[in-house]
Design a protein around this ligand. Structure first.
Ligand code: SF4
Length: 380
């Protein structure tokens, strides 16, 4: 297949969809774990890499690799190594593995030390046991400090923790207490997501039938977001993206590729990729994914994005960064001047204190971060 693929190195995402059990709030594509299912899936994944590699060998030049899920730590380190070995890696490539806290053991980390994984993203979600029970997570908060200590002992100096906030009954004080426990673990990075219950999730269905407690109201959630931001800033973290905080220099290189409109390769069932001008999403079904790969198809139903589509994507993603977008770069990419085209909107949103224009950078104000979608929507 003749393709005009972008030059590498690329951000590479590998989706490992297996989970030991289904968390009540989850609506991601995931599949029940078995060794047999995993082995079959890995064969498909390697075959998909072959397909891309045959089309253009440079596509397997990785700037970063991200094992996401599902539960990628259900891969044994040999399997992680075999996948990483398929890519030529840029020097100092960031290689992240999402890991379930319960899978952080001496044995696993010893073996993981033989792989190029250099960043762990740990699904802590909360350090309050009532929250963990509500979220149907299998770990307890008291287990986490020792797990983090173990990671440090094994030399991991770049740890990202996930936090889910905005649970029923939560407020600014409960979030503050939770954050204090997270901060005591001194992570390099924190991803803090507001709980949203998709209708497809078990908790979402219960909520719809009045069998689960209501989520907090908007004002409460906005106040919690303000506490999140201020607490993290006070603790010396950079707030670099709407939901992400880091120690200086520890922003996620992989995710920055998404937010700055760089190309990325998505591999595995339900994975999405962007090889400009194409966007594609693999089927969120094991059977359909297997069929696709066995037929030798990659980038199924890829959408060829026109300039307008690429421009809107760039704005939607770039304005998620607290640094915003560079208007000079925007002009270079799209051949038009945003400040001229959207002059009326930019002026009005700036007067409302929702946008800031600093030099050539246009960014959301801190007041707009919690309502980013509606503000960004006005600029599209
Ligand atoms: S939240 Fe994560 S671990 Fe839980 S079911 Fe969803 S993908 Fe699996």
């Amino acid at each position: 297949m003749e393709q005009d693929f972008p030059p590498g190195p690329l951000a590479v995402y590998l989706h490992i969809p297996f989970c030991l059990s289904r968390c009540g709030y989850c609506s991601f594509f995931s599949a029940p774990f078995s060794i047999r299912a995993k082995t079959g899936y890995l064969k498909l994944l390697h075959r998909e890499i072959d397909l891309f590699c045959n089309a253009k060998p440079e596509l397997v030049w990785a700037a970063s690799i991200y094992f996401g899920g599902g539960t990628p730590s259900l891969l044994n380190p040999d399997e992680v190594n075999a996948l990483c070995g398929r890519f030529q890696k840029a020097p100092e490539a960031e290689i992240t593995l999402e890991i379930n806290p319960l899978q952080i053991t001496e044995n696993y980390l010893t073996q993981l030390g033989q792989t190029p994984v250099n960043r762990l993203s740990i699904g802590v979600q909360s350090l309050d046991d009532a929250d963990l029970r509500y979220l149907e997570r299998r770990h307890h908060s008291a287990q986490i400090p020792d797990k983090i200590k173990l990671c440090r002992e094994f030399g991991y100096v770049n740890l990202s923790l996930d936090l889910i906030y905005g649970l029923p009954g939560s407020d600014q004080d409960s979030l503050r207490r939770n954050l204090e426990r997270f901060l005591a673990l001194n992570p390099e990075h924190l991803s803090a997501y507001l709980l949203t219950l998709d209708e497809e999730s078990a908790l979402g269905r219960k909520l719809r039938h009045g069998e689960a407690p209501e989520l907090p109201g908007e004002d409460n959630l906005a106040a919690q977001y303000a506490v999140l931001r201020q607490t993290m800033l006070d603790a010396g973290y950079e707030h670099y993206e709407i939901s992400n905080f880091c120690r200086p220099g520890r922003a996620s290189c992989h995710n920055l590729a998404y937010w700055t409109g760089q190309p990325y390769l998505g591999l595995g069932a339900a994975a999405a990729g962007f090889l400009p001008p194409r966007r594609y999403t693999n089927p969120a079904s094991m059977e359909a994914y297997a069929r696709q790969i066995m037929q030798g198809t990659f980038m199924p139903h890829a959408q060829i994005c026109d300039a307008e589509h690429l421009r809107k994507d760039y704005l939607m993603m770039g304005l998620r960064l607290t640094d915003g977008i560079d208007l000079a770069e925007y002009r270079e990419r799209f051949g038009c001047d945003l400040a001229d085209e959207k002059n009326k909107e930019i002026t009005r949103l700036s007067q409302l204190g929702l946008l800031e224009l600093a030099g050539t950078r246009l960014r959301l104000s801190s007041a707009a971060l919690f309502v980013s979608n509606s503000v960004i929507g006005e600029l599209l």
